[in-house]
Design a protein around this ligand. Structure first.
Ligand code: F6P
Length: 553
């Protein structure tokens, strides 16, 4: 039975949705990007927006001012402004789990008064202070390994939101690493990451940071127990005390594991896993980049929060990014979304965005329990350019589907030779231009003839060289990848995902879709590990278990 309290309007029942459908059929279906640019010399200015230190060019999308007006009307009709306020007020917007989603409080200042009456919010700044003291003590050698060696090797153990944020951000912020500190992460269930790491690391200088909201996640606990066995074997039974820190909401489980009380960091149930980088889950990152830089990351996100809360819908960068995505997904029919950063330090950014978009909005049921009537999150994927140009861009240019792209472009690089970033910039701009402009059969034929081919040969080869063009993209430009600009970028995408969830009528803050697989895995473990009889009825699983048992050591 759908819950009336949770009920939001179906987007397809909104007048603005119907108007957008009509507007797509005529005139947008037959309008090309090239025509749009030819008709309006002011297009770039009209379809770009600046917020904090980020600049978003969304002019290379198949939309007009009328499209944007209709999309903004859709956001208003769907209740986006009220939803934004509800989030900042700490209302229970995570409707199915009946709690707030207050990652914005984690990077707020006390004076911002973000949801101060919510239990736990008043402790945010105490926890940040505790993190500061801990980080300083490690850096100054006041806290050291059990044999007196400095703790320089920081190993984050976590998975999903307890891994992707810190791993992505530590790689992105490599130039900000504290001298001598090194970051590593261990997440996957098969144990290979830890095996490889322990061959390299000096246990006496290693600090494991276990990040787990629940402190029960199978992968994290298996890796944490294996790390504990390694430390004890190498340094003695008491060493757990000095070589493990933890961020969790589960105090009892931290007790059972033997986490030193001084090395424990709290957070709260209203912090969702994929929104938790800003909490004590960021500890391993803070240890490596230092607390001042961690605070800059929070400050950058706060700036984007302020923009999101105060800017009009038509000038609101996260709202516009969401609306362009909705336009591409629900009206132009795109199935996936590529994210292509032109800075190799953002190599884990697409993976981070995958969880953010797909765990938040990969849903077919609305918050009120009814089935959705529109497509929700597209598949999100990507790799840094220009590497990716030499692998999958072929499909972006000439594949049968048109895939919207977000190009992420810092202008100043952080390589020893900063001028190499100019190559990256030229490549990035070239790709968005080529995707849009394409290359016609006539152009291809003319170029082939000019290169000395016969008319027959040129005719034969020209079709293979055609790029249809009219392929859409956004470009996000900023001066440099810093803790602040990274914070802005992450908050931008968090809010984009939130706005999409509101328009689609889904709850972006639960993730029931990961539970079933976890449960089935638990029930199969006995059959895999101990050869217990398989209790299920799936013939394929039974056959695979038999085959696996024959191959098992
Ligand atoms: O994969 C599901 C999930 O709950 C994610 O949302 C979360 O980020 C991850 O598992 C880790 O959970 P925990 O922090 O409780 O170990």
């Amino acid at each position: 039975m759908p819950d009336k309290k949770l009920s939001r309007k179906f987007p397809t029942d909104l007048g603005s949705w119907a108007s957008l459908k009509k507007h797509y059929r005529d005139p947008m279906r037959s309008t090309t990007l090239k025509q749009l640019f030819e008709r309006d010399p002011q297009r770039f200015t009209k379809f770009s927006v600046e917020a904090c230190d980020l600049f978003l060019d969304y002019s290379k999308n198949r939309l007009t001012e009328e499209t944007r007006d209709l999309l903004v009307a859709l956001a208003a009709d769907a209740g986006v402004p009220a939803a934004i306020e509800a989030m900042f007020r700490g209302e229970a917007i995570n409707l199915t789990e009946r709690r707030p989603a207050l990652h914005v409080a984690l990077r707020s200042k006390l004076s911002d008064q973000v949801a101060l009456e919510t239990p736990g919010v008043a402790d945010i700044w105490k926890t940040l202070e505790q993190m500061s003291q801990f980080v300083a003590a490690v850096h100054q050698g006041e806290l050291c390994g059990n044999s007196g060696r400095p703790l320089r090797e920081i190993v984050n153990i976590g998975i999903g939101g307890s891994d992707l944020g810190v791993t992505m951000a530590s790689r992105a912020l490599r130039p900000y690493w504290h001298a001598d500190m090194r970051f590593h992460s261990v997440s996957n269930v098969d144990g290979t990451q830890l095996t490889d790491l322990t061959r390299e690391l000096n246990p006496a200088e290693t600090l494991f940071v276990i990040c787990s909201k629940t402190f029960t996640t199978q992968e994290t606990m298996a890796n944490a127990e294996a790390a504990k066995r390694w430390i004890r074997r190498k340094l003695g039974a008491d060493a757990t005390n000095d070589h493990f820190a933890a961020a969790s909401t589960n105090q009892q489980a931290m007790d059972r594991f033997g986490i030193n009380p001084r090395f424990r960091f709290a957070f709260w149930d209203w912090v969702g896993g994929r929104y938790s980088l800003w909490s004590s889950v960021g500890l391993s990152l803070a240890l490596v980049i230092g607390m001042d830089h961690f605070r800059d990351l929070l400050a950058g996100a706060r700036r984007m929060d302020q923009h999101f809360r105060s800017a009009a819908l038509a000038e609101n960068m996260p709202v516009l990014l969401a609306l362009v995505d909705i336009w591409n997904r629900n009206f132009l029919g795109s199935h996936s979304q590529a994210v292509l950063p032109y800075d190799n330090r953002l190599d884990r950014f697409p993976a981070y965005l995958q969880q953010l978009h797909m765990e938040s909005n990969g849903k077919s049921v609305r918050a009120d329990g009814c089935k959705v009537t529109v497509d929700t999150a597209p598949a999100v994927w990507g790799e840094p350019g220009s590497n990716a140009q030499h692998s999958f861009y072929q499909l972006l240019h000439q594949g049968t589907q048109s895939i919207p792209v977000d190009f992420i472009l810092p202008v100043r690089g952080s390589a020893d030779d900063e001028s190499q970033q100019q190559l990256a910039i030229a490549n990035c701009l070239a790709q968005s231009e080529a995707l849009m402009e394409g290359y016609t059969a006539a152009e291809a034929k003319a170029d082939l003839l000019a290169s000395g081919l016969s008319d027959g040969e040129a005719k034969l080869l020209a079709p293979h060289r055609v790029h249809a063009g009219n392929r859409v993209s956004n470009t996000i430009v900023f001066e440099r990848l810093t803790p602040s600009t990274l914070g802005q970028l992450l908050a931008l995408y968090e809010h984009k995902v939130f706005v999409e969830g509101i328009v689609w009528g889904i709850n972006s803050f639960d993730q029931y879709g990961v539970e079933l697989g976890k449960r089935v895995a638990k029930s199969l473990l006995g059959a895999v590990r101990d050869g217990a009889a398989y209790g299920g009825s799936n013939d394929s699983t039974r056959g695979l278990l038999a085959r696996i048992s024959r191959l098992s050591p």
